[in-house]
Design a protein around this ligand. Structure first.
Ligand code: IFM
Length: 456
């Protein structure tokens, strides 16, 4: 079968569909000495926590290469750029005073995007919590929601009139379960009861953040979740499949829809927690209406019967699913280097299911992309696997629209080869190669492919 042409692919989306590209602060900025400490700076100091010993410096040295990076975004031809604000750069003490330098950096970023006709899409929190707040208990502290709302309000006051979309949080599932159950992300705790509590408190914080953003004049606040379709791979794993789906998807969409914490999840986890931290007021706040929902999709989850060997796919350890009955996650080839199964139909299914769960909410694909091992040959990077991944997933997004899903835009993850959290520099998701030593940027073949689609 011939690959669909860029023109035909572009033509399968509405004319006003927004194509963008995404990054996040800790993964690209560098210059950690010019801001407050984040939980990822502290976590990176633990021997072995980050596989190759990477730290937040120099990351992609984006702070010093802003003009070059904005030029790459402009040349890509996208209509929007999704970035996150580093809370410890904007507000080094976590609360109170705003750093003039830190805030000024995002002023410059936003203004230079606008000068080029690119819509800034801002995320308030993409995992780099100020360490000073972690020292006060982090997301387990009942006051954190209020502190987050104050921070979001300050961001709204400063940038609200210039950014087209604002997300409160990026992927609370990851913060809660990789950070507090599997312990492979900052702050590196392994305590299932805390993971469930943090997931809930993050959703309450997001609701408070939505209110604070609106109060500051932001008209388009939303939230970004990593949702995915959870497939039964073998008979006998039905209960595990359902439990993983509850933790990964239904918990979040039910809270947003005002349906509360799913009864089945409460029953499944009764040996872990009594959920006494949930209050009617908290549920009401978590259900604060959002103007849009971002869906980050990379791979489906496939669940099978228990086996001697567990999958080593990044983020798919069963330790990340408190209360799950014995099972295995069983991704099938083809894989990316994260060990993630490549399955574009999973994106269509995820968008379809999310639209059903939250029928009134416009959806965006806020992240989608793939890590592959790249090679620079004669100053060029030829990455056909990533091109094929992007092509397939763009077609899958268009398919969801054809089925009636209200999908408004798609952001490719990621602009740059960056710090892939606990995987350090070993996993490269960029459509632009970044030399780890020289920081030289080389647009890959996938950059040219994506440009040919978005500008077709
Ligand atoms: O790099 C991350 C990003 O920070 C959040 N979503 C998933 C990406 C790939 O793992």
């Amino acid at each position: 079968m011939n690959d669909i042409s860029p023109i035909a692919l572009r033509g399968s989306f509405p004319a006003d569909f927004v194509f963008g590209v995404a990054t996040s602060s800790w993964q690209i900025e560098g210059e950690s000495q010019s801001r407050g400490e984040s939980i990822w700076d502290r976590f990176a100091k633990i021997p072995g926590a980050i596989v190759d010993g990477s730290t937040g410096d120099p990351a992609c040295d984006h702070i010093n290469r802003l003009d070059e990076d904005v030029a790459l975004i402009e040349n890509l031809g996208v209509g929007a750029y999704r970035f996150s604000v580093s809370w410890p750069r904007f507000m080094p003490d976590g609360r109170g005073a705003v750093s003039a330098d830190g805030a000024g950096f995002y002023d410059r970023l936003i203004d230079s995007l606008l000068e080029r006709g690119i819509q800034p899409s801002m995320t308030c929190y993409h995992w780099d919590l100020p360490q000073v707040l972690q020292d006060k208990g982090g997301w387990l502290n009942p006051d954190m929601g209020r502190w987050f709302a104050d921070y979001a309000h300050a961001l709204g006051e400063r940038y609200g009139d210039r950014v087209s979309m604002v997300a409160t949080l990026n992927e609370p599932w990851v913060s809660a379960y990789l950070g507090y159950a599997a312990g492979v992300h900052a702050p590196g705790e392994v305590k299932s009861a805390h993971a469930l509590e943090v997931a809930y408190r993050l959703m309450v914080a997001s609701g408070l953040g939505i209110r604070a953003l609106r109060d500051s004049g932001v008209t388009n606040p939303g939230l970004v979740l990593n949702l995915t379709t959870v497939r039964l791979d073998q008979p006998g794993a039905e209960a595990a499949r359902e439990h993983i789906d509850l933790l990964h998807n239904v918990f979040f969409t039910d809270l947003l829809a005002g349906r509360g914490v799913p009864e089945k999840l409460i029953a499944n986890t009764e040996a872990i927690t009594d959920w006494s931290f949930v209050t009617d007021e908290g549920l009401d706040i978590a259900a604060e209406p959002i103007s849009w929902l971002g869906v980050n999709y990379y791979t489906p989850l496939r669940v099978g019967r228990p086996a001697d060997t567990q999958s080593d796919a990044v983020g798919q350890s069963l330790a990340a699913f408190p209360g799950v009955p014995a099972a295995t996650t069983r991704p099938k080839p083809p894989f990316t280097t994260m060990g993630w199964e490549v399955d574009p139909s999973g994106l269509t299914a995820t968008l379809r299911d999310t639209a059903r769960a939250l029928p009134e909410v416009p959806l965006w694909v806020t992240e989608n992309g793939a890590a592959y091992a790249d090679h620079v040959v004669d100053g060029e990077v030829y990455d056909p696997d990533r091109v094929s991944y992007l092509r397939g997933h763009l077609q899958a997004a268009a398919e969801a629209i054809a089925e009636g899903v209200d999908l408004r835009g798609y952001f490719c993850w990621s602009l740059l080869d960056n710090l892939e959290w606990a995987e350090g520099r070993t996993q490269t998701f960029g459509i632009v190669h970044v030399d780890p030593q020289t920081m030289e940027r080389i647009p890959k073949a996938s950059y040219e492919f994506y440009r040919s689609v978005v500008t077709a």
